[in-house]
Design a protein around this ligand. Structure first.
Ligand code: ATP
Length: 472
C-alpha cells in the first residue's frame, strides 16, 4: 500500500506546483497585457479564434454599422443592438448601462469584448461586441467603429442566415412598435465625421387635436395623409416613388414645426431634420438621403434661406470663398435626387419644406407636381383660438370670447404669441383678460403702421406728380 501511495505526489508538492503555475500565469498575463500592444493582442486573438473555428468548423458573421455597399446604415446592426438588450441577464458580467434624459428605464448593451450566448431552434449562437481600436487614435471627434460578431456551428449556416437573422430583425420591429418611441435624426458633423444621422428620442406632445388650425384645413391634411398611406399599390402601379411632399408656409410662430410634430405622431414616423447649408456636395446629400429609413418624414426648414447651396469644401478664407463661389445644387436638384433615389428603394416617405417667405422661393419648387400640398399656416383665426384656449385653460366657452373674436378678426397675431398670453395664468378670467389687452395693443400698433404706410405712399404720389424723385 505504501509503495502504491508513493506513486502519487505529496500534498506539499501539489500545492507548490499549483502556486508556481498560478504565479507564472499572473506574470505571463501581466507581461502580455503590458508588453504586447493592444492591436497585436487583437490580431493574435482573432488568429487564435480563426484557427479554432476552423478546427471545430465554426462559422462567423460580422455585422457592422454600414450596409453592404458602405453607403447606408445597416439595419441589422441597429436591430442586433435592440435584440441583444433583451437577452442580457445576470449571467452577463460585462455590460454597458446608461440612461438618456428621455428614457424611462436604464438601458443595457454588451460592453466591448462582452459575449452573449443565444439559442435558436437548438442552435447555440455566440455574440461578441467589438470596438476597432485604431479608430480611437484617428480622431477624437469620431466614434470608435463598432461591430458585432456572431459565431455558430457552420452546419447551421443556412438556418442562421435565413431564419435567425430574420428573427432578430422581426424582434427589433416588434420592440419598436411596442415602445413607440419616435426618433428625431439630426446630422452632427462633429460626431459622425460628416457622414451620418444622430438620433434622439422624440417626445413632442403635439397632435392634430391640440393643433390650433382651421378645422377644414386640419381635416384636409389628415385626409391627405390617410390617403397617402393607403396608396402603396397605386404608387407601385403608376411607377412613382411612394412619397408625398408638403410645403408649409407662413409667418414665424404660426405652427409649422408643431404641425410637423403632429404629423409624425399621427403617422408614427421618425423625423429627419436636414440642414441643407451644412452639405457641401451632391455625394454627401445622396449618402444622407440613402440612409433615411422607411416610414419617415424628411424636413428641410426655412427653405428660403437654403435655396442655393455652395461648395465650400475648397474654401480657405472669406476672400477665396467669394472667388470659389460655385453653386453645386439647387432645390430642384435636391428634388430630382430624392425622386431618383427614393423611387428605386424604400417605402412611405414624406418630405416637408417650411418657409416664412413663399414669394422668394425657387419657382421650380412651386411648379405643379413638385410639392403635392401647399399649406398656408396663417395668423390665428377664431376657430384656431378656441383650440388654443381649450388646450391651455380647458374651457369651451367664456364671456370674453365675443370681444376676443372681434379683435382676432381684425388683428394679425400668431398662435405662438396668443399661447404665450394664455400661459400667464391658470385662471381663465385673468388669462383671457391678458389676451384681450394683448390683442388691443397689437391692433393699435398695426393701425398705426397702416396709417404711416398710407402717409408715405400719399407723399410719394405727390412728389411723383410734381416730377421730383426721392428714394423712399
Ligand atoms: N397652430 C398652433 N397650434 C398650437 N400651438 C401653436 C401653433 N402655432 C404655434 N404654436 C405654439 O407656438 C410655439 C412656436 O410654434 P412653431 O415653432 O410651431 O412655429 P413655426 O411656424 O414653426 O415658427 P418658425 O417659422 O419660427 O419656425 C409652439 O411651440 C406652440 O406652443
Amino acid at each position: 500500500m505504501e509503495d502504491y501511495l508513493k506513486l502519487f505526489p505529496s500534498n506539499a508538492s501539489v500545492l507548490a506546483a499549483y502556486s508556481s503555475i498560478s504565479t507564472s500565469w499572473v506574470l505571463l498575463k501581466t507581461a502580455y497585457d503590458q508588453i504586447i500592444p493592444r492591436k497585436l493582442q487583437d490580431f493574435l486573438v482573432s488568429k487564435f479564434k480563426y484557427y479554432f473555428s476552423r478546427q471545430k468548423s465554426y462559422a462567423t458573421f460580422i455585422i457592422d454599422p454600414a450596409d453592404s455597399c458602405g453607403i447606408g446604415r445597416n439595419e441589422l446592426f441597429d436591430a442586433s443592438r435592440a435584440y441583444l438588450s433583451t437577452k442580457i441577464g445576470p449571467r452577463n458580467r460585462k455590460i454597458k448601462i446608461g440612461k438618456s434624459e428621455q428614457q424611462k428605464n436604464v438601458s443595457t448593451a454588451i460592453a466591448e469584448g462582452g459575449n452573449i450566448r443565444d439559442t435558436f431552434q437548438g442552435i447555440t449562437i455566440t455574440w461578441t461586441y467589438y470596438l476597432q481600436d485604431q479608430q480611437r487614435n484617428d480622431s477624437k471627434s469620431k466614434p470608435p467603429k463598432s461591430y458585432y460578431e456572431i459565431t455558430f456551428d457552420s452546419k447551421h449556416w443556412s438556418k442562421v442566415h435565413n431564419e435567425y437573422l430574420i428573427h432578430v430583425l422581426n424582434t427589433h420591429k416588434a420592440l419598436m412598435q411596442k415602445e413607440k418611441v419616435l426618433k428625431l435624426y439630426t446630422r452632427l458633423d462633429f460626431y459622425y465625421g460628416n457622414k451620418g444621422w444622430k438620433p434622439v428620442d422624440f417626445h413632442h406632445p403635439a397632435s392634430f387635436d391640440t393643433l390650433a388650425l382651421d378645422p377644414e384645413l386640419k381635416k384636409s391634411i389628415i385626409d391627405d395623409l390617410d390617403r397617402f398611406l393607403e396608396r402603396k399599390e397605386f404608387y407601385k402601379r403608376v411607377g412613382k416613388a411612394w412619397k408625398r411632399g408638403y410645403l408649409l408656409y407662413g409667418p414665424p410662430g404660426t405652427g409649422k414645426s408643431t404641425l410637423i410634430a403632429a404629423m409624425a405622431n399621427y403617422l408614427n414616423f421618425n423625423i429627419y431634420d436636414l440642414e441643407l447649408a451644412s452639405i457641401s456636395c451632391d455625394t454627401d446629400l445622396r449618402k444622407l438621403l440613402l440612409t433615411i429609413t422607411n416610414r419617415s418624414i424628411l424636413i428641410i426648414e426655412d427653405i428660403d434661406c437654403n435655396s442655393e447651396v455652395h461648395d465650400r469644401s475648397k474654401t480657405i478664407n472669406v476672400k477665396e470663398e467669394k472667388q470659389h463661389y460655385r453653386k453645386t445644387f439647387t432645390l430642384s436638384t435636391l428634388l430630382n435626387c430624392i425622386d431618383g433615389l427614393w423611387s428605386s428603394c424604400g417605402e412611405a416617405r414624406i418630405i416637408v419644406f417650411t418657409t416664412n417667405h413663399k414669394e422668394v422661393l425657387d419657382p421650380a419648387l412651386l411648379r405643379p407636381g413638385r410639392m403635392d400640398m401647399h399649406i398656408h399656416m396663417s395668423y390665428c383665426t377664431i376657430k384656431a383660438f378656441r383650440v388654443l384656449a381649450f388646450n391651455y385653460l380647458g374651457i369651451h366657452e367664456h364671456k370674453l370670447y365675443q370681444e376676443i373674436d372681434g379683435l382676432i378678426e381684425n388683428t394679425n397675431v400668431t398662435p405662438a404669441s396668443l399661447a404665450e398670453e394664455l400661459t400667464k395664468s391658470d385662471d381663465a378670467d385673468v388669462a383671457l383678460g391678458e389676451v384681450v389687452n394683448f390683442l388691443k395693443r397689437k391692433k393699435r400698433e398695426q393701425e398705426q403702421q397702416i396709417e404711416e404706410k398710407n402717409k408715405k405712399s400719399k407723399l410719394k404720389r405727390k412728389i411723383k406728380n410734381r416730377g421730383l424723385f426721392l428714394n423712399f
